[in-house]
Design a protein around this ligand. Structure first.
Ligand code: 13P
Ligand code: SF4
Length: 347
């Protein structure tokens, strides 16, 4: 009997999901905070860069002050190209770190430095380094949702918007890949490209909660709806999608497809921008475990929800929560991010 090489995957540390603590503001406090933040942004030559999963207040503020609301790839591009000396990143920790890696001369602030990501937490740098050492024949490709130290070990960083293209390119060169940390995105990319990929076992707690069986039922109830799915979702959910893509690609699909109704499997923070981009269309949340009966996130990221107007105003006033990255790590991490950005810039 031929013996098979069984690869032992590293154990994932237990992920502690924080309770949802979305900021509650009355109209008066909101207006006062918005005015204060606008003044501070102007005084400090700062720019606000927000992810689509942050609150509507933060997204509106970013846009009305000349900043941007976008997916993680565009957040990195925008912060790099913008002349402001202070970047305020409303999102999760890896997004602030990416901004700092690309812009060491700038001050990068975040409303809450505890805004992590279950994928980042699932991939500790020391365990990851050991695993890479065991597979020196593989090109190391990591998702952007990782720490600076993990990016420093990688050959390539990818975001969900460009992962398929980059892996397809590497596969065409005959490369074997070590992929981390998102298992579902890794399997999706492997299925599409046919690349030889060794896949880390991390998951996004938000997208993991989407349920394929309930989604199939929902499709029957809304036969005219197109299903838009972020590829961090489980394979059964991805299989039911009409469009699989990054947050920006999902918004674009709602704008461009002729359907009037969409079932959306990603964080529901995206609905703010989707409604603005596709006015008049009906957007329905894809089902999570029993409609709130036990999901740990219920289609909203508890770490993204840590960003609010109060802590944003505070960091602008105090200068607290500055992202700092050890220079040796930064110099290595910038190479793998720059490789992705140069690839993305190609026609
Ligand atoms: P995007 O790059 O599609 O914005 O995704 C980031 C993310 O964290 C999704 O959960
Ligand atoms: Fe991470 Fe998931 Fe939150 Fe995105 S939604 S930041 S992948 S935990």
């Amino acid at each position: 009997m031929p013996t098979q090489n069984v690869i032992k995957m590293p154990a994932i540390p237990p992920i502690i999901v924080p309770p949802m603590q979305e900021e509650q503001l009355d109209a008066k406090e909101r207006a006062t905070l918005v005015a204060r933040i606008k003044r501070l942004i102007a005084e400090q030559n700062a720019v606000l860069i927000a992810h689509y999963y942050t609150s509507a207040d933060l997204q509106d503020l970013a846009e009305s002050t000349g900043g941007c609301v976008s997916d993680s790839l565009e957040m990195a591009r925008f912060g790099h190209a913008h002349p402001a000396q202070t970047l305020i990143v409303a999102g999760v920790r890896f997004m602030g770190e990416t901004a700092k890696i690309l812009n060491p001369e700038k001050r990068v602030l975040m409303p809450d430095l505890n805004a992590h990501c279950s994928l980042d937490l699932a991939c500790p740098a020391d365990t990851f380094n050991d695993f890479c050492d065991q597979h020196p024949d593989r090109v190391v490709v990591v998702y952007s949702n990782t720490s600076a130290a993990v990016k420093a070990r990688a050959d390539w960083v990818v975001t969900s918007g460009i992962a398929v293209k980059i892996v397809r390119h590497l596969h065409s060169l005959g490369k074997k890949i070590l992929w981390a940390p998102d298992q579902h995105l890794g399997e999706y990319v492997r299925d599409i490209t046919g690349a030889d990929m060794l896949i880390w076992q991390g998951i996004c707690v938000v997208h993991e909660a989407f349920q394929a069986a309930e989604l199939a039922q929902m499709k029957l109830a809304y036969p005219e709806a197109a299903v838009l799915v972020h590829p961090e979702s489980p394979a059964g959910v991805v299989a039911l999608a009409d469009v699989v893509g990054s947050t920006t690609q999902i918004i674009r699909a709602a704008q461009e497809l002729p359907n009037q109704t969409f079932i959306v499997a990603t964080d529901n923070g995206i609905f703010h921008k989707m409604h603005a981009a596709a006015p008049g269309k009906t957007l329905i949340e894809a089902p999570t475990m029993g409609f709130g009966a036990g999901c740990s996130s219920c289609a909203h990221c508890p770490w993204m929800a840590m960003n609010g107007l109060r802590n944003l105003a505070r960091v602008l006033e105090t200068g607290d929560n500055e992202i700092r990255i050890e220079e040796g790590i930064r110099r290595r991490a910038v190479l793998s991010i720059a490789r992705m950005m140069n690839f993305a810039a190609q026609p």
